[in-house]
Ligand binder design. Sequence first.
Ligand code: SAM
Length: 262
Amino acid sequence: MRYSSAYTGHYQREDTSGLSYDRSIANRFELAIFELEQVLLRDLFYRLRSSDPDTRYLDFACGTGRILALFKDSIRSKVGVDTSPGQLELAHKKVADAELVCGNLVTHPDLLRGRQFDLITSFRLFLNLEPENRVTILRALRNHLAPGGYLILDNHMNRYSILGLAALVAHKVFRMPKKPHVPPGRRGIISTMSDREIRRALSAAGLEIREVHRIFVLPGHGAFLLLPMRWLVQLEARLSRVPLLNLLSKNQVYVCTTAQPA
Ligand SMILES: C[S@@+](CC[C@H](N)C(=O)[O-])C[C@H]1O[C@@H](n2cnc3c(N)ncnc32)[C@H](O)[C@@H]1O
């Protein structure tokens, strides 16, 4: 199958090293969000898989191994897939015992030799992928979900979060130019994705949403946080559970299974 993506291509360039990605997320705001993501993912692993160390686990678009490393000691069989050799080099340093596979599952459907996984995660991918590629990749992942398996993915910039709305207003009202990497067709100065968009893509790929978790309501940027880190993480753990208010969360995590035929 043909696959063309400026986003995937960006990470495949030789000068896009894993180090520059890790540096871009090594700031207080991203670390505060990651604190809550870690708690959520460990809790999901416990609830959905009873923390079974024999869970067959795939982290798709694993990059430098940020999510894969969370399960370093708790899952025996870990596979990371990514199209970027530069990102995988760092992942190997963080999770030496994981099997890392470099390649594109769309153009090479036999990349994983038809293996099935009980748990697949894919973080920080779908927001930036071109909409037409989202469904293609989701379908490829669904083919690797074992019966009763779970796919957990995120949208790390909800269009209707406080930051997402600010980006929209900045562009529409204050005519601020889009950031250089924002693909055509996006409406704010940064890339955002709505809940509706990802739901549509999941449904088109034959996936059913079982749970949605919302993380981080209050805005921040880089080193700037509205409160000291520890207080903020504690407050956010509560805010993220407040109905309606949590619709403004920046990150949204979707737990999906293969859709049952109607
Ligand atoms: C922003 S990084 C996220 C890495 C990691 N999942 C995380 O949460 O830190 C996005 C990753 O997606 C990878 N990627 C982009 N398109 C891909 C594709 N078609 N198949 C596999 N990986 C892809 C890139 O190489 C990059 O490592």
